[in-house]
Ligand binder design. Structure first.
Ligand code: GDP
Length: 415
């Protein structure tokens, strides 16, 4: 038998009805109170060409004027940016005592240029920087209370052309889908007829499938009840959501005050499911799937990014054993690397040193040999002179005349 017994093995789970009240039935309430006290945060990114109604929709979604109405100046006064900039706005909103810190990340300039080839880069960079910041915070000594600035949902605005996705949409979505929960919406759906919307949705979905773009699909079903599953299917059947945004309230034909857009022939109501999919989008983003979006970001998207990043940094992760990046181990690895580098430098220096010594030695030996040669030569010369002198002396003693040559030699010797 394996020891310790596995807690997940159904054989080890004791199923018993308790006779007295123990109290852990209160756990959900504890969790609820704590979460409410702490508050929630939600970070949503909006991507799409300017003028597609992104700010209007965000305001409509959260029923706040997060974005002040834009003052549209004449083109000559407007400063046209050269690149896609990233702007982030945060607001604390409260509903029935529940606090939500909402951050909206906008991407002004996206798709607005003649050449939009690299439009996606600042967006991807921003998403990755947020992942990196989270990874850094996790690796710090104190990793409690990490602020989660990761993007939990990315609402992608598709221009209501009625045709199909544009090449730029496909390119950007393909780069985004592994990093964020992608939620495609048809912007300003009031500019299309019902038939056009239905056809456009079909074309968009077939493009999405054709290019293997992974869009957010809602929660996995295993633990859900039938009602939740039906609700989720209902929401998902509307993807890509055909949305209409409006900040102002208008009076409809029956004199009711509604959020909507007034046209000469009537009013398009934002909150009317027969008019557009705004309600379904809000339901998904805020009312039913916000936690799911956050969980999917943390457990799948971030987790994939994290393991890839750590692998490129040389940290090997065994899929069977979950290995945390231990700062002490990391430090030890860095120290070992540093020491190896020092040892290599030392060996190189030693090699250069011994090479220089050998060169000097050979030079010295050479000059020693030269010295010996000169010494030998001088000795030979001296010996010759000595013999000459001996000869001269013998001649003087024997009374023979001294030769001129010997005389000169004798003279030069004295000098
Ligand atoms: P952004 O540049 O994407 O943030 O777009 P804005 O929210 O500033 O909207 C640009 C213009 O489109 C404004 O004049 C809005 O009133 C208008 N607008 C916004 N949403 C809708 C919509 O759903 N339908 C229509 N017809 N117009 C919209």
């Amino acid at each position: 038998l394996p020891y310790p017994p596995s807690a997940t093995d159904p054989k080890n789970i004791v199923r018993r009805k308790l006779t007295g009240y123990v109290g852990f039935a209160n756990l959900p309430n504890q969790w609820h109170r704590k979460s409410v006290r702490k508050g929630f945060n939600f970070n949503v990114m909006v991507v799409g060409e300017s003028g597609l109604g992104k700010s209007t929709l965000v305001n409509t979604l959260f029923n706040t004027s997060l974005y002040p109405p834009k003052e549209r100046k004449g083109p000559s006064l407007e400063i046209i940016p050269k690149t896609v900039s990233i702007q982030s706005i945060s607001a604390d909103i409260e509903e029935n005592g529940v606090r939500l810190r909402l951050t909206v990340v906008d991407t002004p300039g996206f798709g607005d240029f003649v050449n939009n080839d690299e439009s996606w880069r600042p967006i991807i960079d921003n998403i990755e920087q947020r992942f990196d910041a989270y990874l850094d915070a996790e690796n710090k000594v104190n990793r409690i209370n990490i602020i989660d600035n990761r993007i939990h949902a990315c609402v992608y605005f598709i221009q209501p052309t009625g045709h199909s996705l544009k090449p730029l949409d496909i390119e950007v979505m393909r780069r985004l889908h592994t990093k964020v929960n992608l939620i495609p919406v048809i912007a300003k759906a009031d500019t299309l007829t019902d038939e056009e919307v239905t056809l456009f949705k079909k074309r968009i979905l077939s493009d999405i499938q054709h290019y293997s773009i992974q869009i957010f699909e809602g929660p996995r079903y295993e633990l859900d009840d039938d009602e939740t599953i039906a609700e989720n299917n209902e929401i998902m059947s509307k993807v890509p959501f055909a949305v209409v945004g409006a900040n102002a309230e208008v009076t409809d034909n029956n004199g009711r005050l509604v959020r909507g857009r007034r046209y000469p022939w009537g009013v398009i109501e934002v909150d009317n499911e027969e008019h557009c999919d705004f309600v379904k989008l809000r339901q998904m983003l805020i009312r039913t799937h916000m936690e799911e979006l956050k969980e999917h970001t943390a457990n799948t998207l971030y987790e994939n990014y994290r393991s890839e990043k750590l692998e490129t940094m040389g940290v090997i992760q065994d899929p069977t054993v979950f290995k945390e990046v231990n700062p002490a181990v990391k430090q030890e690895e860095e120290r070992a690397l540093h020491e190896a580098k020092l040892a290599k430098m030392e060996a190189e220096m030693k090699m250069v040193f011994s090479q220089k010594v050998a060169e000097k030695e050979s030079k010295l030996m050479q000059s020693e040999e030269e010295l010996y040669a000169r010494h030998r030569e001088m000795k030979e010369q001296l010996e010759k002179q000595r013999l000459d002198l001996e000869d001269k002396k013998n001649r003087v003693e024997s009374g023979r005349p001294i030769e001129e040559k010997g005389k000169r030699k004798g003279f030069s010797l004295r000098n």
